[in-house]
Design a protein around this ligand. Sequence first.
Ligand SMILES: Nc1nc2c(ncn2[C@@H]2O[C@H](COP(=O)(O)OP(=O)(O)OP(=O)(O)O)[C@@H](O)[C@H]2O)c(=O)[nH]1
Ligand SMILES: [Mg+2]
Length: 301
Amino acid sequence: MFGFFRKLTAPFTKMKSFLGSKIKALFSKGTDENAFDELEKLFYEADLGAKTSAELVDKVRNFSRKEKDVSSEAILAFVEKELLSQLSKPTTKIPEAKPHVILVVGVNGSGKTTSLAKLAAYYTSIGKKVLIAAGDTFRAAAIEQLETWAQRIGVQLVKAQPKSDPSAVAFDALEAAKSRGVDIVLIDTAGRLQTKTDLMQELAKIQRVCQKQVPGAPHETLLVLDATIGQNALDQAHTFHRFTPITGIILTKLDGSAKGGIVIAIQKELHIPILWVGEGEGFEDLSPFHPEAFVSALLGN
Ligand SMILES: Nc1nc2c(ncn2[C@@H]2O[C@H](COP(=O)(O)OP(=O)(O)OP(=O)(O)O)[C@@H](O)[C@H]2O)c(=O)[nH]1
Ligand SMILES: [Mg+2]
């Protein structure tokens, strides 16, 4: 598990963004209106979203007008400060409730099961007794995938027959957790489109069953969002939050073609904290969200 601790202190090492050098190049020959148009395009292309991009450009314009002959370095420093001011530092506390129940939700293929396995590895590495629940009963392969992870990480698994009621799996998992003195329960769920109302209601039912078994559970409902889908992630977060109040976000695939700016848009528009980021397929590829490291990576420093 050594690799895991290394990653915990060095997130965003795989993000490939060159926003900073592009901004510097843009303003190296002065600050005419063209440059500001281009800047808005750069922000937009980095996935900051239309609204945030426009607001940020206004701020940069005002800043550059206050001073004569503002340098491109000064503009970049200003952008960095502004981006940071949009992000709050998450508090990933060590859970107090026992069992502490975490429900993992999201659309198909966003990285739920992988992220759940990463969290199971993390909590195991800090000495917690972890149990995972195969709440994705939709496909037999999903249960097998979780079984493989459970064996690799060395955690307990509660599962049921394919096609059985996911709420029943959650019920059994919490029952087992209570009797076995488990610290952390992680519940996997099937991927679902946020537009499918019946499937969204199924999530609400799982939440209710958890609550009945363990008062206050699920203590966390984490929405897994694929960073490579850009602004679509915002729509998903809005709808999931309406059906099953989301307490935090896991943003995955920041090692791929994701541009990263979606992080800013999510925090600014949804006020749901981004708690964890996934940067790869291995169980050590998870880091707590760290605003300074993120902005630095986004600017390509
Ligand atoms: N590069 C990269 N790939 C990831 C990351 N997280 C997950 N994946 C990959 O994305 C694919 C889908 O991951 P899963 O964890 O199975 O996603 P899921 O949301 O559980 O999918 P369903 O259960 O089918 O809805 C797998 O190939 C994972 O290895 C990540 O942070 N980076
Ligand atoms: Mg899955």
